[in-house]
Write a protein that binds this ligand. Structure first.
Ligand code: ZN
Length: 238
């Protein structure tokens, strides 16, 4: 544990992030971290694990999420863990969110942001400011690329600004056994390469014929979904 540093941050007077007095825990540095990987690689599970470890050290966290797959503002993993979170809306100023917590007397030492690919670039800039000026530790989790294999704008900004980038090491395999890095959108047995990116949030609850499948680059390029039966259609075989 870092000892509390009673010295005032000399940048306070210049910062648009206000000092919070007793509501603010001082630590030597705040870092902005981005953990990224394909769907089903365990991002939300890791987010909840980090929250648990931080909380066990007596630190206070704020959990944020955009477009959570459960439909309610929680960080939930497919392994069944869940914690209540605050839903981030488009245009929400994340500095205001933290400022409001401080105003209410709450301490905030760290932020956990799930589905961070859906943040706007401006919101990522706000997280960097909170890390620098309020010394919050910010842990972001999300996909790097969408179903077109293009970076999400929020993920791009995280790659540009983050202090640390972590490719999540739990490997998701393509049907061929190679590491899966691409989140293919599949409609009627075909890989779809154009359309609205936001559907990618809801792997479990999207419309019937649209689903997602993680593929290696070669099979993403060729659109080869593998032998029938390995792609989540087992029910139709019975
Ligand atoms: Zn493959």
């Amino acid at each position: 544990m870092e000892p509390d540093n009673p010295a005032q941050d000399p940048t306070d007077a210049l910062s648009s992030v206000p000092a919070a007095g007793a509501g603010r825990a001082l630590s030597p540095t705040g870092r902005l971290r981005f953990f990224f990987g394909p769907m089903d690689c365990g991002k939300s599970t890791l987010a909840l694990q980090i929250d648990h470890n931080q909380a066990r050290q007596g630190r206070r966290g704020l959990l944020l999420v955009r477009h959570d797959r459960s439909g309610t503002p929680t960080i939930s993993s497919r392994m069944g863990l869940a914690r209540t979170a605050l839903e981030v809306h488009e245009g929400m100023d994340l500095r205001e969110v933290v400022r409001d917590r401080w105003a209410g007397g709450a301490r905030v030492d760290y932020l956990i942001v799930d589905e961070a690919q859906f943040l706007s670039p401006d919101q990522v800039d706000q997280l960097a400011e909170l890390a620098d000026d309020a010394r919050l530790d910010v842990y972001c989790f999300g996909l790097a690329t969408d179903f077109r294999s293009a970076l999400f704008p929020g993920s791009r900004r995280l790659f540009e600004l983050a202090d640390e980038l972590h490719a999540i090491q739990v490997e998701v395999l393509c049907w061929c056994g190679r590491p899966g890095r691409f989140n293919a959108r599949v409609h009627d047995g075909e890989v779809v390469r154009a359309g609205d990116t936001v559907l990618v949030a809801d792997t479990a609850v999207v419309a019937d014929e649209v689903r997602y499948q993680v593929l290696c680059r070669a099979h993403y390029r060729t659109g080869d979904l593998g032998p029938a039966g390995v792609t989540g259609r087992q029910l139709s075989l019975t």
